[in-house]
Design a protein around this ligand. Structure first.
Ligand SMILES: Nc1nc2c(ncn2[C@@H]2O[C@H](COP(=O)(O)OP(=O)(O)OP(=O)(O)O)[C@@H](O)[C@H]2O)c(=O)[nH]1
Ligand SMILES: [Mg+2]
Length: 359
């Protein structure tokens, strides 16, 4: 899963990114990889996975990850070439979701490019720039598809119609996600990858010691079908320099609750409506994976490996709690809590699955 971080210059994007990077680097057993300097791969910690690993005697724990992409800040007029941000938007077209960092902290030592702290104005600015960036992209694709559509290609005709609607919506300042994807051309959104088609998590970069998303940001998120969490980017970046114990003590001193980064990671997962499932075996790695809610065992197999999906025969499934209760697979089998399921089985959050497949 990939997430792109957007926001105004100085909003606190890189501070958040640095905090995420360090958190990723320090997580036990996770080989931190820097793909690019501006991509942080962050493990998704899950206590259930740790318990599963213990009962089955797994060799190691391999948590699923999220990749965060940090790009330069966007300013008003970015689509006309103002600032640096626009050229980097292409880097986040392939992400699954957007984290929109908005400054709400009032530290006078941090310069604001607009001269004052005004979260809703800043959100509008960024959303406008994303709309313009999509408009440019949609128009470019439209001029290509229109030719194929004239040739009578049915798929192109459906895409052309959809693109026209998307362009009209964007011209009115509405996000691409407000235009439904046609049944006869389900892949149009994947071809365009509109930024305004992605789910959004607002991260309010709050004053240190505050834990609440300011009311105006929360209201904006609610009316736009988005989520919002509060984080102090700078505090998190500073805490990430300390070891776990020191950081926890500091956090308690400051009255800061749950680590802001966990809020961001969980917020991103809730945004995408994913469920977690696990694979684990004795002497083998215990791994966590994610799948959209309502996904089947066959789709779960596809998350693990395309070969496993192709050769899918059946799945042995058990809820993580039942497995922990039984104390292992063979006891669970004796109890009858380990079930055999077919490819259409609808996965549940916390399922532990072993897929039998023909190579
Ligand atoms: N007081 C305070 N300062 C912060 C906070 N987050 C970031 N800053 C400061 O704001 C400045 C800019 O932070 P960055 O994280 O670099 O901002 P950015 O969004 O990456 O900026 P660009 O890359 O220029 O778009 C730095 O001096 C940070 O220390 C915060 O939560 N509180
Ligand atoms: Mg930055």
């Amino acid at each position: 899963m990939k997430v792109g971080i957007v926001g105004m210059p100085n909003a606190g994007k890189s501070s958040l990114f640095n905090a995420l990077t360090k958190a990723g680097a320090e997580a036990a057993n996770y080989p931190f990889t820097t793909i690019e300097p501006n991509v942080a791969v962050v493990p998704v910690r899950d206590e259930r996975l740790e318990q599963v690993a213990q009962v089955v005697g797994a060799s190691e724990i391999v948590p699923d990850t999220i990749a965060f992409h940090d790009i330069a800040g966007l300013v008003a007029g970015a689509h006309k070439g103002e600032g640096l941000g626009n050229q980097f938007l292409a880097n986040i077209r392939e992400t699954d979701a957007i984290v929109h960092v908005v400054r709400t902290h009032t530290d006078a030592n941090v310069v604001h490019s607009e001269g004052s702290v005004d979260p809703t104005r800043d959100i509008d600015t960024i959303e406008t720039e994303l709309v313009y960036a999509d408009l440019e992209q949609a128009e470019r694709r439209h001029s290509r598809v229109v030719r194929e559509a004239r040739g009578g290609d049915r798929r192109a005709i459906a895409e052309e119609r959809w693109l026209s609607e998307v362009i009209a919506a964007l011209q009115q300042g509405r996000p691409a996600r407000t235009v439904p994807v046609p049944d006869d051309a389900p892949d149009v959104a994947r071809l365009l990858q509109p930024l305004t088609g992605k789910p959004v998590l607002f991260v309010a970069n709050v004053d240190e010691g505050s834990d609440e998303v300011p009311a105006d940001v929360l209201a904006h998120a609610r009316t736009h079908g988005a989520r919002a969490v509060a984080v102090s980017s700078r505090l998190e970046a500073e805490l990430s320099e300390l070891d776990d114990e020191e950081a926890a003590a500091m956090r308690a001193d400051l009255g800061a609750g749950e680590p802001g980064l966990e809020r961001v990671v969980r917020g991103a997962f809730e945004l995408l409506e994913l469920l977690a499932f696990f694979t684990a075996g004795e002497g083998k790695p215990a791994q966590s994976w994610h799948l959209r809610r309502g996904g089947t065992a066959w789709e779960a197999a596809g998350e693990i490996h395309s070969d496993i999906q192709r050769g899918f025969v059946r799945a042995e499934v058990i809820g993580w709690e039942e497995l922990a209760d039984a104390g292992g697979y063979s006891a669970a089998r004796d109890r009858g809590t380990l079930r055999l399921e077919g490819r259409d089985y609808v996965m549940r959050d916390g399922d532990v699955i072993t897929i039998r497949f023909t190579p």
